[in-house]
Design a protein around this ligand. Structure first.
Ligand code: SIN
Ligand code: FE2
Length: 220
């Protein structure tokens, strides 16, 4: 079961109060075993790796992808690539259970008809973090971002369209899904360093699945 929290609840200081952003608490829980088993097949074909930013920093979050495209970073820059640069092979296809969950979550959040063509998979060990950034390497900003949290909890930072805007802090736990789009599509967001802990299914690990529409319809 899940509950949808309106983001216009000023009395809920711990929740997002941002137009275009919704937290769907626990929505991924009922499918947790199927999701984790699909994830295992993906990471066997395309293992997690620590990518390097264009500026030369090794990211603390380990990443992989599934779908028609994958998000990659190296000294040449950030981009979407149809092939895994480590193997030279296409990224593993997006399992149906992933795409249906993303479409259902987007629908509940008010973005009907979302069809992701990529899923970036982030793995956080305690201490790993993601600095404030915008998701802007996609060609189609009319599609939302759907972000599924699994395993250890983490504090999600959600700001505005400028880096200096106020940043909301939202604790995300296993099964929570955040959807942002429309006026919030280019909002700055990030993850605070993940705290030590032990999750019954994932141990000392947080996994995040981020579904996006990377390429505009016309060029696919
Ligand atoms: C991301 O911004 O790509 C991931 C956010 C998260 O891990 O929750
Ligand atoms: Fe992001």
């Amino acid at each position: 079961m899940y509950s949808q929290l309106s983001l216009f609840e000023p009395d809920r200081a711990d929740e997002l109060c941002v137009a275009g952003a919704v937290v769907l608490r626990g929505l991924a829980r009922s499918n947790e075993f199927a999701i984790l088993s699909a994830l295992q097949s993906i990471t066997q074909a395309a293992p997690f790796r620590h990518m390097v930013t264009p500026g030369g920093y090794r990211m603390s979050v380990a990443m992989t992808n599934c779908g028609s495209f994958g998000w990659v970073t190296d000294h040449k820059g950030y981009r979407y690539d149809a092939k895994d640069p480590d193997s030279g092979q296409p990224w593993p296809p997006m399992p149906k259970i992933f795409s249906s969950l993303a479409t259902a979550a987007a629908d509940k959040a008010g973005f009907p008809g979302f069809k992701p063509d990529t899923c970036l998979i982030n793995l956080y060990k305690p201490g790993a973090k993601l600095s404030l950034h915008q998701d802007k390497d996609e060609l189609d900003f009319s599609a939302p971002i759907v972000s599924v949290s699994l395993g250890l909890q983490a504090t999600f930072l959600f700001g505005g369209l400028r880096r200096s805007d106020f940043v909301h802090k939202v604790l995300l736990t296993h099964g929570d899904i955040v959807v942002w789009g429309g006026p919030a599509r280019l909002a700055y967001h990030g993850i605070m360093p993940v705290k030590n802990g032990e999750h019954p299914l994932l141990g000392a690990t947080r996994i995040n699945l981020t579904f996006r529409k990377a390429k505009g319809e016309t060029i696919v």
